[in-house]
Design a protein around this ligand. Structure first.
Ligand code: FBP
Length: 262
């Protein structure tokens, strides 16, 4: 683990990572209700909000759009990713080297690992190469720690999520990004399982403002360090309004009720 509090992707020990790698992971379907967001610039604009500590994108989007935002947005370069068209055991091919991520101006690296997949062995080896190379550039590693595969029937049950945060600590991540395990208590155990490493929650599909902020409140109460979120922010008509509220819940410790009232 590197001293993550020194990283620009952390503000007061917390992070709000805006993820927009969905065009690869899910396809344009995620943009159907907000077609203007097919233009990555619109989401980079959203990422200029003070609450956002980094924007997570794939290499091609970084190449095309990050140069216009490098003064206002911190870049988290996702090094692997897979399309929804892949029908095999969960896997996530590497499509960007650490050297190239650094050249593009990355402030941090992102890597998906599907522990439990039949491809776990190769994924751990690829993660090792990226993590060790990242150390040469002092680039923190955010691990999308998503246990899944044919042997795993429920990938968000509490014991799976606490295993996911622990795996991230064990194999050298600096921040673990995990799905919500369904309760504050389960999240607290997942955070504890990660030792001193920061744990952030993955957003999931869009819910109401109140439902989402309440979950974020629970996650922060559980000791998590924030959020890595996509659809719940940029699928909204007014992402800025939700980011204002998230800023209060994540950095100022406000409740969801209080954050929505103001
Ligand atoms: P959301 O907040 O929209 O769920 O995004 C988080 C994220 O991890 C993205 O980075 C990624 O594209 C997506 O979820 C992958 O989700 P899944 O593999 O569960 O479909």
């Amino acid at each position: 683990m590197i001293p993550i509090d020194d990283s620009p992707i952390v503000r007061d020990g917390k992070s709000l990572i805006l993820a927009m790698d969905h065009g690869l992971e899910h396809g344009p379907v995620d943009f159907e209700e907000v077609p203007e967001k097919l233009d990555p610039s619109t989401v980079f604009e959203t990422a200029t909000h003070d609450a956002v500590t980094a924007m997570a994108v794939q290499k091609g989007v970084a190449e095309g759009y990050y140069p216009s935002y490098e003064d206002d947005v911190n870049l988290l370069l996702k090094l692997n990713g897979t399309s929804n068209l892949w029908m095999g055991e969960p896997d996530s091919p590497v499509n960007c080297s650490v050297d190239y991520a650094a050249e593009l101006g990355a402030d941090a690296l992102g890597f998906t690992v599907y522990s439990g997949s039949n491809n776990e062995v190769e994924m751990y080896e690829e993660f090792r190469d990226a993590q060790e190379k990242g150390r040469e550039y002092d680039l923190p590693m955010v691990m999308w720690s998503y246990p899944r595969g044919q042997g795993l029937k429920n990938d968000t049950k509490p014991s799976t999520i606490s295993y996911a945060t622990r795996i991230a600590l064990e194999i050298g991540a600096d921040i673990a990004k995990v799905k919500y395990p369904g309760s504050k208590e389960a999240m607290a155990h997942a955070v504890k399982s990660a030792g001193d490493m920061n744990v952030v929650m993955s957003g999931g599909s869009k819910t109401s403002d109140y439902e989402f902020l309440s979950t974020v409140e629970a996650v922060m109460d559980a000791g998590a360090s924030g959020l890595a979120v996509g659809r719940n922010v940029w699928q909204r008509e007014d992402p800025t309004q939700l980011l204002d509220a998230l800023e209060k819940v994540i950095y100022e410790g406000e409740t969801a009720d209080a954050a929505l009232e103001e």
